[in-house]
Design a protein around this ligand. Structure first.
Ligand code: GLV
Length: 348
């Protein structure tokens, strides 16, 4: 493990004593104001994310990065920014940060858990319902002037209440989905996770742990909430889709890359599963072209946590982390949600 990085010296040219911080995308003005009280900010106020090279060029003299999922912090960024001490991600998912490389260099990483759990679970359920009940397909049909008459078999979907909800990944958001399914919709909840929940938590959620194969075979509605990593890359691909019922739906609110989008598009096109709802995509904001033409795919642009209240809470929590992580404010040295707290123990 490397040495913690020391506090920055006053900037020679500007004479400012404030540490310099990079803000990689626009964020709420009140959050920028808070950050600006402690730091000298360089903000990307364009509508376009910085490229990797643009980030590298800007990081040289910075002590912190206020990061959003569109930019990546890896060894190259850390090498280009020898004074970096804190990387504060405005997201719960942190596959855009090489946490091991940060830890090795004594750089603190933080994310924004908890504040988005319920909102993301709400949206996951909205997507599940939309896929099962053909909501966006029906709306497109109506807007296109194709609705002529009531018909007994028009836009028939799949039952949600009383069906089997299969959750892949059972962290905070998975558990919030389980509660909605079990208590709100009377669903039978099964889940698969690397580690099994304690018995009392399973009982409270009315959730049963099963093997991954059983999960896929029994799912009426598969909800994917796994964090993305090398181990979870294409956790649901052609082989997994082949185990699912033809009547099943799949919802991905985790990360692009957990599902093999090309294989999914094939399964949807051939009606090997009934429908899918995706908020995240491999290589987003690009979307696999084969998905775009499919009537049985509900597609949204990575907005599961996007309510006014939740995005504000995420933005403020990321700011709390950066401010405290850089030794400022009332919580100095005690950022609320560190990913590698061992760096704090080193006194970095
Ligand atoms: C959004 O995708 C997040 O990880 O917070």
């Amino acid at each position: 493990m490397g040495q913690p990085r020391g506090r920055g010296a006053p900037d020679q040219e500007s004479g400012s004593m404030k540490p310099k911080v990079l803000v990689t995308r626009k964020v709420f003005p009140e959050v920028l104001e808070r950050l600006g009280a402690h730091f000298e900010l360089e903000v990307n106020d364009t509508e376009r994310p910085w490229t990797a090279d643009e980030l590298l060029a800007r990081v040289q003299d910075k002590a912190g990065i206020y990061l959003t999922p569109t930019n990546r912090v890896d060894a190259a960024v850390l090498d280009a920014g020898p004074g970096l001490k804190v990387v504060a991600n405005m997201a719960v998912g942190f596959n855009n940060i090489d946490v091991a490389a940060c830890t090795a260099r004594g750089v603190l990483c933080t994310n924004t858990p908890d504040v988005l759990t319920e909102t993301t679970a709400d949206f996951g359920f909205a997507l599940l319902l939309a896929a099962a009940r053909r909501l966006t397909e029906s709306e497109r049909f109506l807007r296109a002037g194709q609705w002529r008459n009531w018909s007994f078999d028009m836009m028939m979907g799949r039952e949600v209440h009383g069906s089997t909800l299969a959750i892949l990944g059972m962290g905070r958001i998975g558990q919030a989905i389980a509660r909605r399914g079990a208590w709100g919709f009377g669903m039978q909840v099964i889940y698969h996770n690397r580690s099994r929940l304690p018995a009392d938590t399973e009982a409270a959620l009315k959730a049963t742990h099963v093997s991954k194969e059983a999960l896929l075979r029994q799912a009426d509605h598969l909800m994917i909430v796994l964090p993305y990593s090398a181990e979870t890359h294409h956790a649901v691909g052609a082989a997994e889709l082949a185990l699912m019922k033809r009547s099943a739906t799949l919802t991905n609110i985790a990360r692009g890359g957990v599902v093999d989008d090309a294989a999914l598009a094939g399964a949807l096109r051939e009606r090997r599963i009934a429908a899918a709802a995706l908020d995240v995509f491999e290589g987003e904001p690009q979307v696999h072209p084969a998905l775009l033409d499919l009537p049985n795919a509900v597609l949204t642009p990575h907005i599961a946590s996007a309510t006014v209240q939740t995005r504000r809470a995420m933005a403020q929590l990321a700011a709390d982390n950066l401010i405290a992580g850089l030794g400022c404010g009332p919580q100095a040295g005690r950022p609320p949600t560190p990913l590698n707290p061992q760096v704090l123990a080193q006194g970095g």
